[in-house]
Structure formats: structure tokens, C-alpha cells
Design a protein around this ligand. Structure first.
Ligand SMILES: [Zn+2]
Length: 72
């Protein structure tokens, strides 16, 4: 499996993480930090497979973290 199976470049900002295109300064939705709202500035979005895997592993990850905290 490739990492590109799990996430893909955000089509909205083309992977830059920043808002591109028209600047609607007069509109209500002025994006002050100019982060892409679609990917929250990450520049990528999860694919369907990525989302599913993330949901699958999240409970295990939480358990592992919990165990590590308990050890200390
Ligand atoms: Zn984006």
C-alpha cells in the first residue's frame, strides 16, 4: 500500500494548503488566515480508504497511548 492510497493532494488548493482563486474581500466569508478551508491548510485530504483505515486504527492507537501513559 502506498501513502498516496490514503491521502491525496487537496484539489481545492492543489496541495499548497492556502486558499487560491478569487479573493472575495467584500463578501461575508473573508478568510483572514487564508488557509484552505477544504483541507484546513494541510494541503491534502484523506481518501475514502484513508478515512476507513484511520477509523479502524484510532481505537487501537488510543489504547496504546493510554497504556504508555499508565506505565509512567
Ligand atoms: Zn486545500
Amino acid at each position: 500500500m502506498l501513502i498516496s492510497d490514503l491521502k491525496e493532494n487537496c484539489k481545492n488548493c492543489k496541495g499548497t494548503g492556502f486558499l487560491v482563486g478569487h479573493k472575495d474581500w467584500d463578501g461575508i466569508q473573508t478568510n483572514f488566515n487564508k488557509f484552505c478551508y477544504f483541507c484546513s491548510g494541510r494541503g491534502f485530504v484523506f481518501t475514502e480508504l484513508g478515512k476507513k483505515l484511520w477509523e479502524l486504527y484510532l481505537p487501537d492507537l488510543k489504547m496504546l497511548i493510554h497504556k504508555e501513559i499508565k506505565k509512567k
